[in-house]
Design a protein. Structure first.
Length: 354
C-alpha cells in the first residue's frame, strides 16, 4: 500500500522486443477511454495526458535515449502526468515501449524522473533462438549478410535478458521488477494481453478484445525473397515490401505454423548455450515457482521445418506466382474500369461471363 495519497502507480512495460508488445499496445489503445474511467491513464505517444493514444511511446523514448537534457524533459512529462492523475483521481499510468530495455542509460534517468510514482517494471522474455528467428524476419534480413552474421553481431544485445534487466535492478531493485516468460503454456489464459492485465491486477471487464493478430509474423519463404532483394529497404524499420505483398495476396503472406527452416536443431541448441546461465538466474530470482523446470523448454525436432533448397525455392516461386497473378487481376480490373468509363457503362463483375 502507498504511504502517501499522492503516490501513483507507474507501470513501465519495457519489452522485450518480439514478445507480444504490439498486442498489449493495441489493446491499450483500443480501450484507453474505458480504462480512464477505471482510473488507468494511457498516455499519448509523446508521454502526455492527451489524445490521440496509440498505446505506446516507442519513438519518444528512442529519441530521448540520445538527447541532451533527457532527464529534464522526462521529469517534466512525468510531473505533468502526475498532476493529471491527481486531478482526475487516476491510480495507475501504463507506459509501454519495448525499446526502453535496449537503452540501459535510461534506467537511472527514469528513476530520478519518477519520484512521485510507485514504479513497477514489467518485462516479457522469449527463448533466444525463437527470438533470433523473429528478429531476423523483422529487422536482420534487411541489412545483414546472413542469419549467422546477424546472430553474432546484433542479437546478444537484444536477447541477453539477464544483462538487459541488470541496470533496472540497480535503479529500482528486483522487488519492483516483474519478469514473465513469453510462453503460451505459462501465460494467463495463454494470451499475453490477459497475462499483462492479470499480473498487474487490472480488470478487463467491459473492455474490447482484439479482432485480429497484432504484428503477425510473415512467412519465412517471403522473408527469403525479401532477403534476396534487401536493397529495397530504406531502413531496418521499413516494411513496405511486406505490406505491398500483403495487399496483393492477403493472409497468404502470414506464417502458418511455428516450425522454422532458418535454423536446424543443432544450431538452435548451440545458440542457446551462451544464455543458459542468465536464463537460470532469471528463473531463480523472478520465477521461483517454476521449481526445477527451466525458464524455457528446449527446442525439439518439432521446432524445425526440414526443407531442401529445392523445396525452399519452390515455395518462393509459389509466392511470386501468386503476387504476379494478383497484380495482373488488379491491372485488368483497372483497365476494364477505364474502358467502361469511356463507354459510359459499368464493367462486368469479376467472374461474370461476357
Amino acid at each position: 500500500m502507498n504511504q502517501r495519497a499522492d503516490i501513483k502507480r507507474l507501470v513501465l512495460h519495457i519489452g522485450g522486443a518480439k514478445c507480444g508488445s504490439s498486442a498489449v499496445q493495441q489493446y491499450l489503445a483500443f480501450n484507453s477511454r474505458a480504462l480512464g474511467k477505471d482510473g488507468v491513464l494511457i498516455p499519448a505517444p509523446s508521454l502526455e495526458a492527451k489524445y490521440p493514444v496509440h498505446g505506446q511511446q516507442i519513438w519518444f523514448f528512442e529519441e530521448l535515449s540520445n538527447r541532451e537534457g533527457a532527464g529534464d524533459l522526462l521529469s517534466s512529462r512525468f510531473s505533468e502526468l502526475h498532476r493529471e492523475m491527481v486531478s482526475n483521481n487516476w491510480h495507475t499510468v501504463i507506459v509501454s515501449a519495448e525499446n526502453i530495455s535496449l537503452h540501459p542509460n535510461l534506467a537511472d534517468i527514469v528513476r530520478t524522473s519518477t519520484t512521485n510514482f510507485d514504479v513497477k517494471i514489467i518485462l516479457y522474455v522469449r527463448r533466444q533462438d525463437d527470438f533470433l528467428i523473429s528478429a531476423w524476419q523483422q529487422w536482420g534480413l534487411k541489412f545483414s549478410a546472413s542469419l549467422e552474421e546477424y546472430a553474432a553481431t546484433s542479437v546478444d544485445a537484444l536477447a541477453d535478458w539477464a544483462a538487459m534487466i541488470a541496470p533496472w535492478e540497480h535503479a529500482f531493485g528486483s522487488e519492483n521488477i516483474i519478469v514473465r516468460p513469453f510462453r503460451r503454456d505459462l501465460l494467463h489464459e495463454g494470451d499475453v494481453v490477459a497475462d499483462f492485465f492479470d499480473v498487474l491486477g487490472l480488470s478487463r471487464e467491459g473492455l474490447v478484445s482484439l479482432k485480429s493478430v497484432s504484428n503477425p509474423s510473415y512467412s519465412e519463404h517471403l522473408g527469403d525473397i525479401a532477403f534476396r532483394i534487401n536493397s529495397v529497404f530504406s531502413s531496418m524499420h521499413d516494411s513496405d515490401f511486406f505490406f505491398c505483398m500483403e495487399r496483393l495476396i492477403g493472409n497468404e503472406t502470414h506464417k502458418k505454423n511455428s516450425a522454422s527452416h532458418l535454423m536446424n536443431l543443432e544450431e538452435r541448441l548451440d545458440f542457446l548455450r551462451k544464455y543458459e546461465e542468465g536464463n537460470r538466474q532469471i528463473k531463480e530470482k523472478y520465477l521461483p515457482n517454476m521449481g526445477d523446470h527451466p525458464l524455457f523448454d528446449p527446442p525439439s525436432h518439432e521446432s524445425v521445418a526440414q526443407l531442401s533448397e529445392i523445396e525452399k525455392l519452390k515455395a518462393e516461386n509459389a509466392f511470386l506466382a501468386r503476387a504476379v497473378y494478383a497484380l495482373a487481376r488488379k491491372v485488368e480490373a483497372i483497365e476494364a474500369q477505364g474502358s467502361a468509363n469511356q463507354a459510359g457503362t459499368s464493367p462486368p463483375a469479376a467472374g461474370d461471363n461476357p
